[in-house]
Design a protein around this ligand. Structure first.
Ligand SMILES: O=P(O)(O)OC[C@@H](O)[C@@H](O)c1c[nH]c2ccccc12
Length: 397
């Protein structure tokens, strides 16, 4: 412990030397290269730690542990930065990690963080992803994948998400409905105050929903995995989509264990290789993967990936919140529509659907399913909300 006690007084001097970094930032070269080579503030802090260790010549076990842990964090950090580069080469604008400095919790005992514009998320989606990155690394420390996998044997079998959408489409002649259990969103705020996820899920099922989507992000959507489990355990038969911001395979295993039948993969966030790998994991676990795109480039990337069966076209731009339902039509026109048809991919029209005309518009464009939250969750009886949305009763009775 002595080593740590000795190290700590050095912190204020590190913390209060911002000019050291501002001076370095003016070194020519691309900011990304510069930070990868220097590992941002880590490099300085771990070098400093080693110097202090050797001064008294008595590196203790705890010092060794601290520097091993730091070395690991540095590696993790470098991998994250490499990930950003790969993603950028595929036109992905969302960065997995802030480019010029780690989130505070990565720095171990060296409690400082480089504050500058590079540490500020450029839009809400990026903010959500950076927060998710922290959340997931903490969850993984609490419950590593090896221990999570032990629950797989006892998990109940998954239900056929895509089959349910196809069956509903055939039964009603309308797009199969994925009804979203959504309490709030960053763009709309709280949608429903008296929010009982099980009651809403049951009402959706009675109203004719083929599947449900359950938001599990707590911070930005006021959702939870508890909601997913409650709905599943209440005996709702509709297959369940876990609506998460997936950045790590650990989350897919976790969703499977918590009762999901399908999971969302967002192309604006995940490079091709991640999507391929995650689709394989989904198949192995019996989950359907809903791969979400928002623009032509994302659609073309996803159409090039083997094994994609379900594509969601989000009419909402997650970076600006702008909603335009003609986006669905735009992405299904011409050659893209033909390839989708050939590959027998089911397309889901997502977001901003409020009226029977909206449903007719996206159906005409080629979707066989829709994902709807706001317009139905806001109704006092969300089941009746479905009748209003489709302009007719689509319940099974
Ligand atoms: O409430 P709306 O406009 O009907 O949208 C539902 C759903 O499409 C939307 O919640 C959504 C689509 N993709 C997402 C990705 C993350 C969070 C939320 C979403």
């Amino acid at each position: 412990m002595e080593g740590l006690v000795f190290l700590r007084p050095a912190l204020p001097s590190l913390t209060h030397r911002p000019n050291q970094f501002s001076r370095r930032r003016s070194i020519p070269g691309t900011p990304m290269d510069f930070h990868i080579r220097n590992s941002g503030p880590f490099a300085s802090s771990s070098i400093r730690a080693q110097q202090l260790e050797s001064k008294d010549g008595s590196a203790t076990v705890s010092q060794a542990a601290v520097s091993a842990e730091n070395a690991l964090k540095i590696k993790e950090w470098e991998v994250g930065m490499f990930h950003n580069e790969v993603a950028a080469s595929q036109g992905i604008k969302i960065r997995r990690r802030p480019p010029t400095g780690p989130p505070l919790h990565y720095v171990g005992p060296f409690e400082f963080r480089l504050q500058n514009e590079g540490n500020t998320p450029r839009n809400i989606l990026e903010e959500i992803i950076w927060n998710k990155d922290k959340e997931v690394s903490q969850s993984k420390e609490r419950r590593p994948l090896s221990s999570l996998k032990k629950y797989l044997d006892n998990a109940s079998p998954t239900r056929d998400f895509i089959g349910a959408l196809k069956a509903a489409n055939i039964r009603t002649g309308l797009p199969g409905l994925i009804a979203e259990v959504k309490k709030a969103s960053p763009s709309r705020g709280v949608l429903r105050e008296d929010f009982d996820p099980v009651e809403i899920g049951r009402a959706y099922e009675r109203g004719g929903a083929a599947c449900l989507s359950v938001l599990t992000d707590e911070k930005y959507f006021k959702g939870s995995f508890e909601n997913l489990q409650l709905i599943k355990n209440a005996g709702v038969k509709c297959p369940l989509l876990c609506k998460e911001f997936v950045i790590d395979a650990w989350q897919i295993y976790n969703a499977r264990i918590k009762g999901a039948d399908a999971i969302l993969l967002i192309a604006a966030v995940l490079p091709d290789l991640d999507i391929k790998y995650m689709i394989k994991i989904c198949k192995m676990l019996g989950l359907a993967a809903l791969v979400e795109v928002h623009d032509e480039r994302e659609m073309d990337r996803v159409l090039g990936i083997e094994g994609v069966e379900l594509i969601g076209i989000n009419n909402r731009n997650l970076e600006t919140f702008e909603v335009d339902i003609s986006n669905t039509k735009k992405l299904l026109e011409g050659e893209r529509g033909r390839r989708i048809h050939e590959k027998d991919i089911i397309v889901v029209g997502e977001s901003g659907l409020f009226t029977p005309d909206d449903i007719a518009f996206v159906q005409e464009a080629g979707v066989r399913a829709v994902l709807v939250g706001e317009s139905i969750v806001k109704q006092s009886d969300p089941g009746k909300g479905i009748t209003g949305l489709f302009g007719k009763d689509i319940s099974c009775s």
